[in-house]
Design a protein around this ligand. Structure first.
Ligand code: NDP
Length: 251
């Protein structure tokens, strides 16, 4: 069962006046989420490592008449604490508040037994999937605190809730993501305007899924667009009372 209320329908302008930062906004689920948020009235901050992909998303939002987005070219494998503090400082000069933060960018890493996993790739996966999410959240908390209601969504995975063979550092990073969500949600719950949840998309037809399952026909799984009501709900004020939950977009 998904968590969407049975009768819930997205309001056409349900994210109007909101500013939402999406990491990994150039492709896959992040791209679909950025476009969806813009289509519902949000100003979207597009963070990712491949500028050409972010520009394509930017162009689509502008062509569709959305609120002018911003591009934040950032390689989360390389960005350090100081870089992300500087990034947040720069954002704060032009944007008064942040209403949403979708941690979506992730690296799949090795699909091998741990006995054969590359230590270098392990570190990279942890850096992108966990460390950068912690550092970016910390840097952006002051801007999130300025919003009347703010939503942080960490992107999880089924293998971050039950370990499975050959998912290596990726699975471990998603367990850590759940931990990060829980600690932050417990710290902020009841004393702040910020809610914090994790969302497992389930199997979705993206480049990551196709890499993880090369033999699977691509149309086996839904496209990201089909699942977007879940992301919209979590960014809309309708989810204001949900905090600290490990949620799933599919059964
Ligand atoms: P994709 O690989 O299709 O997209 C991932 C995005 O993250 C890309 O835009 C990619 O940028 C970006 N990214 C990767 N590394 C970095 C980096 N170092 N710095 C900045 N951006 C980076 O993945 P999905 O859309 O499938 O996955 C989105 C989220 O959903 C991930 O957190 C994933 O773990 C999760 N998920 C996905 C599932 C699925 O079936 N698809 C299932 C369960 C969870 P670039 O385009 O430049 O490569």
């Amino acid at each position: 069962m998904t968590f969407l209320p049975e009768q819930w329908l997205p309001q056409p302008h349900g994210l109007a006046e909101k500013t939402i930062l999406v990491t990994g906004a150039g492709d896959g689920i992040g791209k679909a989420a950025a476009l969806t948020f813009a289509r519902h009235g949000a100003e979207v901050l597009l963070l990712g490592r491949t500028e050409a992909k972010l520009e394509a998303v930017y162009d689509t939002i502008v062509a569709e008449g959305g609120v002018l987005p911003a591009i934040i070219p950032t390689d989360l494998a390389k960005a350090g604490h100081d870089d992300l503090i500087a990034l947040a400082g720069e954002l704060a000069t032009s944007i008064p508040k942040l209403d949403g933060l979708l941690h979506n960018a992730s690296l799949l890493g090795d699909r091998k037994p741990l006995a054969q996993a590359s230590a270098a790739l392990w570190h990279q996966v942890m850096q992108v999937n966990v460390n950068s999410a912690f550092m970016l959240t910390q840097a952006l908390l002051p801007m999130l605190e300025q919003a009347p209601l703010a939503s942080i969504v960490f992107t999880s995975s089924g293998v971050g809730r039950k370990g499975r063979a050959f998912w290596g550092g990726y699975a471990v990073s998603k367990f850590a993501t759940e931990g990060l969500m829980q600690v932050l949600a417990d710290e902020l719950g009841g004393i702040s305007n910020i809610r914090v949840n994790s969302l497992n998309p389930g199997a979705v037809n993206t480049a990551m899924r196709r890499t993880a399952y090369p033999a699977e026909p691509p149309n086996t799984n839904p496209d990201p667009d089909a699942l977007m009501p879940h992301w919209l709900y979590l960014m809309s004020d309708d989810s204001k009372d949900i905090n600290g939950k490990a949620l799933s977009a599919q059964r």
